[in-house]
Design a protein around this ligand. Structure first.
Ligand SMILES: Cc1cc2nc3c(=O)[nH]c(=O)nc-3n(C[C@H](O)[C@H](O)[C@H](O)COP(=O)(O)OP(=O)(O)OC[C@H]3O[C@@H](n4cnc5c(N)ncnc54)[C@H](O)[C@@H]3O)c2cc1C
Length: 409
């Protein structure tokens, strides 16, 4: 079994984790990573934070240095785009840096292709100065457009849009965020948090336009303004952050089951028992939330990567995690645990005015999720409370003076 040949499609967080965990488990067979990017696997979170602001260089983003892959005998083929999976012959067709199509065989295949930004369907959306943000290459282009720029328009008030707004404002641009929904972060959090971030960004000078749709992008070769339902906004740089779509076409085309993501079971096995999948591209059953979910988070990519490695080694350990995520904007560290969908009650602990508070979400008396702003201890504790389905004294929870460890009944 150890002599199996593993091929991993994708060179991101999940892919790197599968390869690393396999070697940690003393897997001695061949491991090949095919990545369409030209960089070694890297962390994406800093792309909209310290890498965009210039505080980190690209080498610091790498998850492992090049020598690690050499020492671990992990063959990374950068600039290799997988075109198709031939399940009958257990092989892949890929095109490499300038080379013609090549073929590679596998015993087990791992699809860890992540997501791709949702494109905006407007004329002129390919003008110079209009950008998406997913990769190092995207940030390099954004940095070029930032040179001499004065006015940035961000389409979409989600995490990435707001993180970019914080960086752009800090380096002195005029920043406008245009959000179609009635509040920013609407898809992911409660009105309490949306309103806090709205006010905080405004206090820094960011203009936020909610319930506003973008109807057009103007310019000749380069963007000059953005047409919205509330008027025209000058822009010499536009960032589109309107969500992502799972990269699942390879799975779809070879007949592996998909929904809103590549469907896997609790062991990260797809509908083909020789094919596994991990990270942002998967739709997996959540034991805790009792439904299929697709997550876009580092934690999920790492943990599913470990699950895939265990499953390949035939040590079947079910994936059973409470999701968590973070977002850094200005000096605010926002940490999210669990999913707050369908909550029927919430408790606010601490004070938004002091930029340090937490919101805990409940359903049928059980904590299902938390949003913590500059409250790391509350975040860590809430992950335990959620996972353990702890019974909680709500009055104590609401009182910031009482240690969070004392809220369990
Ligand atoms: C700007 C930004 C900020 C973020 N901030 C946070 C944060 O603060 N906290 C957090 O938890 N998460 C954050 N995330 C999300 C996090 O980075 C992702 O959840 C994580 O990278 C998912 O890892 P992955 O391996 O599934 O996918 P990815 O890291 O996207 O890797 C997928 C790889 O597959 C490659 N690929 C796709 N198709 C093919 C193909 N056909 N052939 C070959 N290669 C292919 C892609 O090029 C890519 O290299 C952020 C993401 C972005 C973009």
């Amino acid at each position: 079994m150890s002599e199996k040949k593993i091929v991993i499609i994708g060179g991101g967080q999940a892919s790197s984790q599968v390869a690393t965990s396999l070697r940690q488990k003393n897997f001695t067979g061949e491991i090949t990573i095919l990545s369409s990017e030209r960089y070694l696997p890297y962390q994406r979170p800093p792309l909209s934070k310290k890498y965009l602001s210039g505080e980190l260089d690209s080498e610091r983003l790498y998850l492992k240095p090049e020598k690690f892959y050499k020492e671990q005998d992990i063959n990374i083929m950068l600039g290799s785009y997988v075109e198709a999976v031939d399940r009958k012959n257990s092989s892949l067709i890929f095109s490499g840096l300038g080379a013609k199509e090549s073929k590679i065989n596998y015993d087990n295949l791992v699809i860890a292709t992540g997501t791709t930004p949702r494109r905006i369907s407007l004329e002129n959306s390919d003008l110079g100065g209009v950008h998406y943000l997913r990769s190092i290459a995207d940030v390099e282009e954004i940095k070029k457009s930032l040179t001499g720029a004065k006015n940035m328009v961000i389409i979409g008030g989600g995490y990435i849009g707001l993180e970019v707004a914080a960086v752009a404002k800090t380096i002195g641009l005029n920043v406008t965020v245009v959000e179609m929904a009635s509040r920013i972060l609407e898809r992911v959090t409660s009105p309490v948090i949306s309103s806090f971030y709205h006010s905080f960004h405004e206090s820094k000078g960011v203009k936020i336009m909610t319930s506003t749709s973008v109807n057009g992008i103007n310019g000749d070769t380069k963007v000059s303004s953005v047409e919205t339902s509330s008027g025209t906004i000058d822009a010499d740089i536009v960032i589109v952050g309107i969500g992502v779509l799972p990269c699942q076409s390879l799975a779809e085309e070879c007949g592996v089951e998909t929904g809103n993501g590549i469907m896997v079971n609790e062991y990260c096995v797809t509908s083909d028992s020789n094919i596994f999948s991990a990270g942002d591209c998967t739709l997996h059953p959540s034991a805790f939330y009792k439904k299929d979910i697709r997550l876009e988070s580092v934690h999920n990519a790492i943990e599913q990567g470990k699950t895939v490695a265990s499953s390949i080694m035939e040590e079947f350990i079910p994936y059973n995690q409470i999701p968590w995520f973070w977002s850094d904007q200005y000096n605010l560290k926002f940490q999210i645990a669990g999913l707050n969908v369908d909550y029927d009650d919430l408790i606010v602990r601490g004070s938004p005015k002091e930029n340090s508070f937490s919101v805990f979400y409940f359903k049928n008396g059980l904590m299902i999720s938390s949003d913590c702003v500059n409250s790391a201890q509350e975040h860590m504790m809430s992950r335990r409370l959620i996972f353990n389905k702890s019974k909680i004294n709500l009055e104590k929870l609401e009182d910031k003076e009482i240690n969070i460890k004392e809220v369990i009944l």
